[in-house]
Unconditional design. Structure first.
Length: 331
C-alpha cells in the first residue's frame, strides 16, 4: 500500500443536516481495537495509511522521555498536547526549556497566535504578534530539545528527519504500533511526521493506556490523565473528552485525525478524508458505543450543532453503526 491509496474505500461517518436538508457528508475510516491491539470493529479501511499529525504527540513525548528528557506531570502532559496558548501552558513549556538550560530562542516550531481567545486577545493588546512559545506545538518541540540536551546532541537541527532524536521517535512508534514507519513528511509545525496505518495508531494508543506501572509509557498515560487541561486547553474537545470519560486519553490531529483510548485500553482511531475535525470526536464516541462500550450520556461530545442566523438550525449526525435510510441521519 502506498501513500494516498487504501485497499478499502472510505465510508460515510457523519452527515451535516441543515433544516432537514443533508448539506454535507463526512467520509473516512474508523477502527476500534481491543486492549491487546486486535481489531474489534472497523468502518472503511482499518489499515488506511494516514498522517497522524498531532495525534503522534504522546508518542513523540514518550520518545523524548526515554531519550532522557526531564519530563513529568504537567511538563510531560504539555509535551503530549496541542495546547491553546494559555498562560499555564507557556509556563510549563518554559519550565522544560529552562530545566535544560535553554531559552525560547531554541524553539524551531513556526510562530503562531494562541488558540484560546482570551490568551490571543491579551497578546494582541500587549502589542505582540505570533510567537513560537504560544504556538500549539511548542511543548512537543521543547521536549525534543530537552532530549537533545540530555543526549549531548545538536539542538539547532533537532527537526531534521534524520536527527537521532527523530530516529528514536520512529523506532518508538514502530514498537508500539507494530507497524514500520514509512513516508516521513514535514508537519505543520516543522517537525517530522511519519505515515502510519490507522490501525497502527490505534494499537499505539492501546499500548499507552494499558502500560505497566513504572514504565515510561505508563508515565505518559498518567500525565495525560492527571492533566487533561494541558492536552488541549479550557473547553477544548480533547480536554473535555478526558474529563468526561474517566481514565481516558484523547489526542486529535490536523486534517481530521482523532485518537482516544478508554481506561481499559479499548482504543478508537478516526480519519476524516476531507480533513475536517468537525465530526471526529462524535464519530469516535459513536464507534465506541457501536462496539459495546458502556459510556455515559455525552451531549457535549456528541451533539454538534449547525447554526444559521445566530440560532441552531440543525446538527451533525453520526451514522456509523446506525441505520442510514433516514435523510436526517438517525442518532
Amino acid at each position: 500500500m502506498t501513500a494516498g491509496t487504501t485497499e478499502r474505500p472510505p465510508v460515510e461517518l457523519a452527515r451535516v443536516v441543515r433544516g432537514g436538508f443533508v448539506e454535507s457528508r463526512h467520509l473516512g475510516h474508523v477502527v476500534v481495537v481491543a486492549p491487546d491491539g486486535t481489531v474489534k470493529e472497523s468502518w472503511g479501511d482499518p489499515d488506511a495509511l494516514i498522517l497522524p499529525r498531532s495525534s503522534l504527540k504522546p508518542f513523540q513525548a514518550l520518545a523524548a522521555l526515554t531519550a532522557g528528557a526531564d519530563l513529568s506531570g504537567r511538563t510531560l502532559a504539555v509535551a503530549c498536547g496541542s495546547h491553546t496558548g494559555e498562560p499555564f501552558h507557556t509556563e510549563a513549556v518554559d519550565a522544560i526549556l529552562n530545566g535544560s538550560g535553554l531559552t525560547r530562542a531554541a524553539l524551531r516550531n513556526v510562530p503562531g497566535l494562541p488558540e484560546n481567545t482570551d490568551a490571543r486577545d491579551a497578546l494582541v493588546r500587549a502589542g505582540r504578534g505570533p510567537e513560537r512559545i504560544v504556538m500549539n506545538c511548542s511543548g512537543k518541540h521543547a521536549a525534543m530539545l530537552a532530549a537533545c540536551v540530555h543526549q549531548g546532541l545538536d539542538t539547532a537541527t533537532y527537526t531534521d528527519p534524520d536527527h537521532p532524536v527523530q530516529r528514536h521517535m520512529y523506532d518508538t512508534l514502530a514498537r508500539l504500533s507494530g507497524a514500520p514507519t514509512g513516508t516521513v513528511v514535514v508537519d505543520g509545525c516543522g517537525a517530522p511526521c511519519p505515515a502510519l496505518p490507522l490501525s497502527g495508531l490505534a494499537r499505539a494508543g492501546a499500548a499507552l493506556a494499558t502500560a505497566a506501572p513504572g514504565s515510561p509509557e505508563r508515565a505518559v498515560a498518567e500525565a495525560m490523565r492527571a492533566h487533561p487541561e494541558y492536552i488541549g486547553g479550557t473547553g477544548h474537545l480533547n480536554t473535555r473528552f478526558a474529563q468526561l470519560i474517566s481514565g481516558s486519553l484523547a489526542k486529535g490531529g490536523a486534517e481530521g485525525v482523532f485518537l482516544a483510548a478508554l481506561a481499559d485500553g479499548t482504543t478508537v482511531a478516526v480519519k476524516a478524508v476531507d480533513g475536517s475535525p468537525r465530526a471526529t470526536t462524535a464519530v469516535a464516541v459513536a464507534a465506541l458505543r457501536a462496539t459495546g462500550q458502556a459510556l455515559p450520556p455525552l451531549p457535549e461530545l456528541e451533539d454538534v450543532p449547525v447554526e444559521g442566523g445566530g440560532r441552531r438550525v440543525g446538527a451533525v449526525h453520526t451514522v456509523i453503526g446506525k441505520p442510514v435510510g433516514n435523510p436526517e441521519g438517525s442518532r
